[in-house]
Design a protein around this ligand. Sequence first.
Ligand code: ZN
Ligand code: ZN
Length: 365
Amino acid sequence: MSEYAERRKRLWEKVRAQGVDAFLIVNVEGSEYPNLRYLTGFTGTFGVLILAENALFLTDPRYTEQAQRQVDLPVVEVRGRWIPQLIEKLQALGAKRIGLGSQRTTLHLFEELRKAGEGLEFVPLGSPVEELRKVKTETEIQRIKEAVELTEAGLRWILGQLRPGMTEREVALELEFWYRKEGTDHVAFELIVAAGPNSAMPHYRGGPCPLRRGEVVLFDIGARVDGYCADLTRVVALGKPDPEVQAAYKLVRAANEAGIKAIAAGARGKDVDAQARRVIEEAGLGERFGHGLGHGVGLEIHEGPRLSATSEDILETGNVVTVEPGVYFPGKFGIRIEDLVVVREKGAQTLSTFPKDELLVLAWR
Ligand code: ZN
Ligand code: ZN
């Protein structure tokens, strides 16, 4: 059985227990891209999976050949208005109660289906695919590990390319170019290169700001391998940094380590967050750490489970999460250290290996 068939089997068992006789994944303009890719391997922007005793895959003529290559299910080509043809297929399968995921099905699509599907009942079933995706197989973990290795190799490379006068934007672009050349299908997200005061904005993107001596540069970067993301943050200093930068770095590193230590199967998201947060709070900088400690990573850069002050998520073996505490001083600088770890029975297996014990200080003139 292919990995996709196995995932569909598990999903089908799960949703059938909720009393539906079919489950739909409707990917319109990429709306269900990660879930559909997870269940079929399909990477196009339009495709419909009808999960039932006999599953079917629908797509339009733009993707017929691609779907036949990627998807191990009968592929039905739909032309023109596809909703009536989907309804016909559901009726032919004898489906009456049809489940849908609520996270990515638009209200518009839901209404259209209800209008067209006379005699059919469409039932929102929460997030069954997202739930499955939280727990990774060893094969998935291997892909994430490869993405991390590529991400780190890129970081090593770009650090050797930094020169006075380069802008954040140039650095980010060079690094993305390197990743694409080295075979990543796409970067995992828009790479963040934040210099000096810009590093105090946790989700800053990188602009025309030049790299300057005495300042920090924050890299929050990730390559992608076979669709699977990496997510890594490291900060470097260009020439000798201020003592307060060094102090903040040591503090964040301690919080990062406390967070990683708190991770194990059975731990609650908010308790892991609290372990790392306490380190920063005890230093009187709790207010400076405004975001959650971490998030799941997989086919998407942000997925479950969450590590945050409010997360009731219970960690399970096979979750892959980031641990990324930070402190931010507006107008001055920010420090974040982000690692990617696998949740195991007794603790965390850290995938990132890029050194973090000391703030890396680059020679800069
Ligand atoms: Zn990140
Ligand atoms: Zn992250």
